[in-house]
Design a binder for this molecule. Structure first.
Ligand code: B12
Ligand code: SF4
Length: 512
């Protein structure tokens, strides 16, 4: 059977070309499904419309040419409405093709997703590997769909939800993601010229942060690939696409220290000297562990900091402390590991004061990169239930395209959406428009460039990072492209208010 897998372009188009923070990555979920289908003998092609910013209209020619029997489209919450447009485009050019949607959004909202349009025939809930293979085979052989676990579908005007599929227990047993079907040379981390290869070495996470939908998707069960299987794939990537930075996108990479050691040792044994990074919780690291990781090529760690205010951390059940955050960043700095701090503003209990505190807190942490987001309640999470119950969102939305983490969507009492948007804008500028940031960034590009590409290419990467910075510095700040061209007259307002307050406090506090 001919199967086409589509990663839809969505809101990304608004910021895709942003030179400083642009981040593109292979859609690994689709790549895993592609590998399973290929292994089962199907003829699979992939269209990463997000990477090339192809609209549904622009994709039609491509879809028609391949003339697929089955089309799979990935749908996150912010991209589900775009995925619907691609489904309609498929049916326009290949009316007989069947269309399945999968990913976190169809998993938690299968009924709504199927009801968007008749062009969507199936929703695959949860992990899609086995369910899509079973579906493709059943369609090919004209078999009943009732036995296919994890499938929701329309039949005789009604919607049926088959029982959930079990989680894949042995991740070593599934093939490596079919990277060869995707435009691997085009994926870049943080607007850098370095090739980024996303990688998943484990799935799930036992923690219960109230806003996290991925941990819910994998039912909070952590399953890991063996060190050997992980390093086999790294070796394969290195042999095929030299000098890629391996980015472990696992929810909880370091839950088992033993496994992290085993991966490091296996890489050393095979003399694999590649640069890699991962995401970690601040409470799962210690100095010795970071030291060993640094010595084995780990150059970058992403920490879900979320907030610099302990009350907020407690409210979202993060289970970490401000002290642990400070220690993790301090140790990484000492060991020369670059860091990404990810924060969200507007969680329950947030005030303007706590946000400003968090912004200054993160600057003091001295991370190499930051991601500031608007707290966004995704379906399937306790945060979503709370937001509905407390009226922070009035009803279940039909249009999810603003759930991008960049647009505030909650009606909070303490901070209005408009204020939160302004604060986000401010936070990005406050962080990036510092000479220290430029120096750190240039140093980052130099170090990595010289290690991976040699002096000539490095000079280009450094210029590539510094020039847009200077240009945007001159203008408004790096987020200027992301937000409407509102001149934001009060652009220094929050900054001034904060420092004026700080100064006043100092004057009034005799201890200072
Ligand atoms: C790498 C990554 C990215 C990459 C690549 C995204 C991609 N297309 O895969 C980039 C940087 C581009 C990205 C962008 C964004 N991301 Co992102 N990203 C991730 C991350 C860290 C890893 C994804 C991954 O590879 N997982 C591993 C694979 C195996 O799991 P999976 O993707 O869930 O796929 C399985 C199932 O979901 C299902 N499945 C998935 N797709 C499909 C499609 C079909 C047809 C079928 C049948 C099944 C199926 O089967 C797969 C295999 O079992 C996840 C968090 C996480 N740990 O998963 C967040 C995550 C997916 N991202 C998220 C978000 C919010 C975003 C952004 C909005 C962020 C932003 N502000 O820009 C954008 C939106 C992009 C878009 N098009 O809408 C959220 C999505 C929440 C939600 N409920 O939708 C997540 C869960 C993180 C979070 N905050 O909770 N992201
Ligand atoms: S630690 Fe990360 S992956 Fe785990 S529940 Fe919290 S946010 Fe989700």
């Amino acid at each position: 059977m001919k199967v086409l897998l589509i990663n839809p372009a969505g809101h990304e188009s608004k910021y895709k070309k942003h030179p400083v923070i642009n981040f593109t990555a292979i859609p690994l979920g689709l790549a895993y499904i592609a590998a399973m289908l290929e292994e089962d003998g199907h003829n699979v092609k992939a269209l990463d419309a997000a990477c090339f910013q192809l609209s549904p209209g622009e994709s039609k020619k491509w879809i028609k040419k391949f003339n697929p029997d089955l089309v799979g489209i990935q749908a996150f919450t912010p991209s589900v409405n775009y995925a619907v447009e691609y489904a309609d485009a498929v049916k326009e050019v290949v009316p007989d093709a069947k269309v399945m949607l999968g990913g976190p959004h169809p998993t938690f909202m299968p009924e709504q997703t199927l009801n968007y349009t008749k062009s969507i025939d199936f929703c695959i809930r949860g992990e899609g590997e086995y369910t899509s293979v079973h579906l493709a085979n059943a369609l090919e052989k004209g078999k009943s769909l009732k036995e296919i676990k994890g499938l929701s579908f329309r039949h005789n005007g009604s919607i049926y939800h088959n029982p959930d599929a079990p989680l894949i227990e042995d991740l070593d047993a599934i093939p490596f993601p079919a990277r060869h079907l995707f435009p691997v040379q085009h994926y870049r981390f943080f607007g850098s010229r370095f090739k980024g290869a996303s990688f998943i070495s484990s799935r799930g996470c036992p923690f219960r942060c109230s806003f996290c939908s991925e941990a819910a998707l994998f039912r909070h069960q952590w399953r890991a690939r063996s060190a050997k299987n992980v390093v086999d794939e790294i070796e394969y990537i290195e042999s095929k696409w030299k000098n890629s930075i391996i980015g472990f996108m696992d929810d909880c990479f370091a839950l088992s220290k033993k496994r992290v050691w085993a991966i490091c040792d296996e890489m050393k044994a095979r003399k694999l000297d590649c640069a890699w990074g991962c995401a970690m919780r601040v409470d799962l690291v210690d100095y010795n562990m970071l030291n060993k990781m640094a010595r084995h090529g780990c150059g970058m760690i992403y920490f879900g900091v979320e907030s610099g205010d302990q009350h907020i951390l407690n409210n979202v059940k993060k289970g970490t402390s401000v002290k642990q955050i400070q220690n993790a960043f301090k140790w990484c700095r000492k060991l020369g590991i670059d860091t990404i701090a990810s924060l969200a503003f507007g969680f329950p209990g947030e005030t303007k004061r706590s946000v400003m505190k968090t912004i200054e807190f993160v600057i003091d942490l001295k991370p190499s990169f930051v991601v500031f987001a608007a707290a966004t309640p995704y379906p399937g999470t306790p945060f979503f239930e709370e937001a509905l119950k407390k009226g922070w969102i009035k009803e279940i939305p039909q249009d999810w395209s603003r759930f991008t983490l960049m647009d505030p969507v909650l009606e909070l009492t303490e901070i209005s959406k408009e204020e939160l948007k302004r604060i986000l804008f401010y936070a990005y500028r406050r962080f990036h428009l510092r000479m220290q940031y430029l120096l750190d960034r240039v140093w980052f590009e130099l170090r990595l460039g010289l290690k991976l590409y040699g002096p000539f290419q490095t000079a280009i990467t450094v210029a590539d990072a510094a020039l847009p910075w200077l240009r945007w510095m001159k203008k408004y700040g790096v987020l200027a492209q992301l937000l409407p061209k509102d001149p934001l007259d009060e652009k220094e307002y929050y900054h001034r208010v904060y420092f004026a307050k700080k100064k006043k406090r100092r004057i009034h506090n005799p201890k200072n």
